[in-house]
Design a protein around this ligand. Structure first.
Ligand code: FES
Length: 270
């Protein structure tokens, strides 16, 4: 990786066109959408997405982009609602993303047109997490049915490029029964009866959210560990920009290999 891959938007745009457009990406824990109307919104790899459980209990991922003027419909990271009302001019959608209504001055001429619905994305639930994809990759994420009960999620905002966070999570580990990595954004650790899933959310090229999902324990016990990851990653971000390489390790090397393949694919298609 070059310093600019961590500090400039070009690499992030290449990643958006390749990695984040083709893979199954984690959005949230299924437990964050426990009941009908619960939603989580996030920008993942530059894509605005809302995950929601509808009143029938089905979990869906929708593009968070209003069909009126393409603005962000949902502006809060999580909550519960009956409908989604765009905060800009009031276009309203049901929990399946179907257009319901709009104030007369901005209403579409053909309100029945399906073109006014929020685009639905491929969605699947596996290993306690909700995944979405803008494409539809052939293989669904592996499902671990043995996870203990969901105990909560911590969200940590980190001023670093997402790759710095992934490298840090991988740097002290090798693949084992107690540690697995799922390209591109998930690291899973098992500690006794507890499973800790670290989900990296690439918000922008210099803003990353780390979601720590706890199964078999309480999320509060991990606040200090999440805070430590934040401080370490922000220091490592400065190192990468200065050209200091990431720590050695087989998993970090494998991560860089996948990234290099994505960049090569991008160069061959633009
Ligand atoms: S952009 Fe959503 S209602 Fe206008």
């Amino acid at each position: 990786m070059k310093p600019e891959d961590y500090a400039q938007g070009d690499a992030f745009q290449a990643e958006k066109r390749t990695v984040f457009s083709t893979e199954w990406l984690p959005l949230c824990a299924g437990g964050q959408l426990a009941k009908g109307g619960d939603y989580v919104s996030a920008t993942v790899g530059g894509w605005g997405v809302v995950g929601v459980r509808d009143k029938d209990g089905t979990v869906r991922a929708l593009r968070n982009a209003c069909r009126h003027q393409n603005m962000q419909v949902v502006g809060t990271p999580s909550g519960s609602c009956e409908t989604f009302r765009c905060r800009f001019h009031g276009w309203t959608y049901d929990l399946q993303g179907r257009f319901l209504s709009a104030p007369p001055p901005v209403a579409p001429k053909d309100p029945q047109s399906p073109e006014h619905h929020l685009p639905s994305l491929a969605t699947t639930v596996a290993s306690g997490l909700v995944f979405f994809s803008l494409d539809k990759p052939p293989a669904a994420p592996a499902d671990d049915a043995s996870l203990p009960a969901y105990g909560g999620t911590l969200a940590t905002e980190i001023a670093c490029n997402w790759k710095v966070c992934v490298e840090h999570l991988l740097s002290e580990h090798t693949l084992s029964a107690d540690f697995t990595w799922t390209w591109p954004l998930l690291a899973v650790r098992r500690a006794g009866a507890m499973t800790i899933i670290e989900q990296v959310v690439p918000h922008t090229f210099l803003r990353t959210r780390l979601l720590t999902h706890i199964f078999g324990g309480s999320a509060d016990e991990h606040r200090q560990a999440a805070s430590t990851i934040k401080h370490v990653c922000e220091r490592l971000q400065a190192d990468r920009v200065e050209g200091k390489p990431a720590a050695d390790g087989a998993l970090v090397a494998a991560f860089h290999t996948r990234l290099a393949q994505a960049y090569a694919q991008d160069r061959s298609t633009i």
